[in-house]
Ligand binder design. Structure first.
Ligand SMILES: Cc1ncc(COP(=O)(O)O)c(C=O)c1O
Length: 459
């Protein structure tokens, strides 16, 4: 007897084309006839039952897979994906923090006290004409010119978008397809894994050493590789120029798109680097101004090959179209105003000073922290789950599930680490509080090896 699913599909099939068959399967899923996790019937069976050619059914199955509706896994066959299930939510967990703590080292956000004042830029908005048309240039010409003069390679195409996350999302959705292989650094920025999982790509972990990503790991056929050229979050490693050149040599002549997320932007003490110097036709370079000029401006600039930026511009037409030119004018003002420039420069030095101070204190406690740049440090700990928990509080399972490692790497043994953001404690007494927080982190690390330390802390 014909099963309910095939009857429902046949009922919803308007014409005998792959597109219509994929639509009919989609409707069967919406109607609940076909549930998430259930296997699609074999191509031959569907072809015979619905009097279609196996090629048409196979093309329909490919459309469903490409749209993320189904997933093909060797042993389990082609199954329906649960697109309504909440994502792993690494992004939410990253932003979620315990406001009640005296010192929270888990935030990864810039220090608001180090951002330049917006007062001058806002005052100027009231005296100059305001672009207000759908037809105006999406990027302010002066801003575009200034950015290109200060870009790490001679780019020709440049867009302004709503922050680095927006840029990554636009590039992922415009240039990547379900099933593509994409390499990300290990460890990496957790929201990037969320985003790539949502697009349905296969994530490949890219190990790093002190000079940047390990070129030996770039052997697989990759649709894209996502790099953070400086102040990598969470390790603070900045890619050395010679490493950038070796990666460019390896990727030259491949189809791999290089996506560079310079999220630290002007807060970084390292010279801007880009593989675009050697491979401008393969490189998308993103510079965020969130950490340096304010997360609420939420602006980033992005250069890249004309085809990718063209696809991004086309995709943006379905949404906001462009980033507010009022905000662009504020950014332009901040990038050219001497007071704002010296505030950003002071912030850069202050972050570097804080980083050195915390890293040196940890070193004195026997804890070695790698990396040299940015607002995060990657601290080795004895127990990652425990280090996610505020001291003295019972386990918080939500936060302990956070991972800054690409899922593909979860199989092997790893030295355990915890990201921390170096910042002063609120309301004074910073050094002592910082020291005790570091001691808690370091203590967990020390417990691993030093029984005397275990007894001291237990007591
Ligand atoms: C590596 C990385 N990429 C992107 C972002 C988000 O940047 P934006 O605020 O510009 O969206 C962050 C923020 O911490 C980050 O660390």
């Amino acid at each position: 007897m014909r099963n309910e699913l095939l009857s429902a599909i046949e009922h919803g099939l308007d014409r005998p084309t792959a597109r219509d068959l994929a639509n009919a399967v989609g409707r069967a899923i919406s109607d609940g006839v076909l549930r998430p996790g259930v296997k699609l019937p074999p191509i031959r069976e569907v072809a015979t039952e619905l009097a279609l050619s196996p090629t048409t059914v196979s093309a329909a199955w490919a459309l469903l897979a490409r749209s993320g509706t189904t997933r093909t896994d060797g042993r389990r066959g082609t199954t329906v994906v649960d697109t309504t299930a909440p994502s792993a939510g690494r992004y939410r967990q990253t932003l979620d923090h315990q406001a009640t703590l005296r010192l929270d080292l888990s935030t990864g956000v810039p220090d608001a006290a180090l951002l330049p004042s917006l007062a001058g830029a806002l005052a100027q908005l009231t005296t100059a004409g305001t672009p207000g048309s759908y037809l105006d240039e999406p990027v302010l010409p002066q801003l575009r010119e200034g950015l290109l003069q200060d870009w790490p390679y001679p780019a020709t195409e440049l867009s302004v978008v709503d922050g680095a996350m927006d840029a990554l999302d636009l590039v992922a959705r415009s240039a990547l397809r379900f099933g593509d292989r994409v390499a990300v650094k290990d460890p990496c920025f957790p929201p990037l894994v969320d985003l790539l999982e949502a697009v349905g790509v296969q994530i490949v972990a890219l190990p790093m050493d002190d000079a940047g990503p390990d070129p030996a790991a770039l052997h697989a056929r990759l649709a894209a590789v996502v790099l953070q050229p400086r102040a990598q979050n969470p390790t603070g490693i900045s890619m050395r120029p010679e490493r950038a050149r070796s990666l460019a040599e390896l990727l030259d002549g491949t189809e791999t798109v290089i996506v560079e997320d310079d999220s630290a932007g002007p807060t970084s003490v390292s010279t801007p680097t880009s593989l675009g110097r050697w491979l401008p036709d393969q490189t998308v370079h993103i510079r965020s101004f969130s950490k340096s000029h304010g997360p609420d401006l939420r602006l980033a600039a992005m250069s890249g090959p004309a085809d990718i930026l063209g696809a991004v511009t086309a995709r943006r037409q379905y949404g906001q179209g462009w980033s507010s030119r009022l905000l662009q004018r504020i950014l332009l003002n901040l990038l050219t105003d001497p007071n704002a420039c010296s505030a950003v420069s002071a912030a850069r030095h202050e972050y570097a000073r804080r980083r050195r101070m915390v890293v040196d204190e940890l070193a004195a406690l026997g804890v070695t922290v790698k990396g040299t740049d940015g607002i995060n440090i990657w601290v080795p700990v004895h127990n990652e789950a425990a280090a996610h928990r505020p001291a003295g509080q019972p386990g918080n399972r939500r936060r302990t599930r956070q991972t800054v490692r690409p899922p593909a790497l979860r199989t092997g043994p790893h030295p355990r680490h915890r990201r921390a953001t170096h910042r002063p404690a609120r309301g004074g007494g910073g050094t002592d509080r910082r020291r005790s927080a570091q001691q808690r982190l370091a203590g967990r690390h020390a417990l691993n090896r030093d029984p005397a330390a275990r007894n001291r802390l237990a007591g």
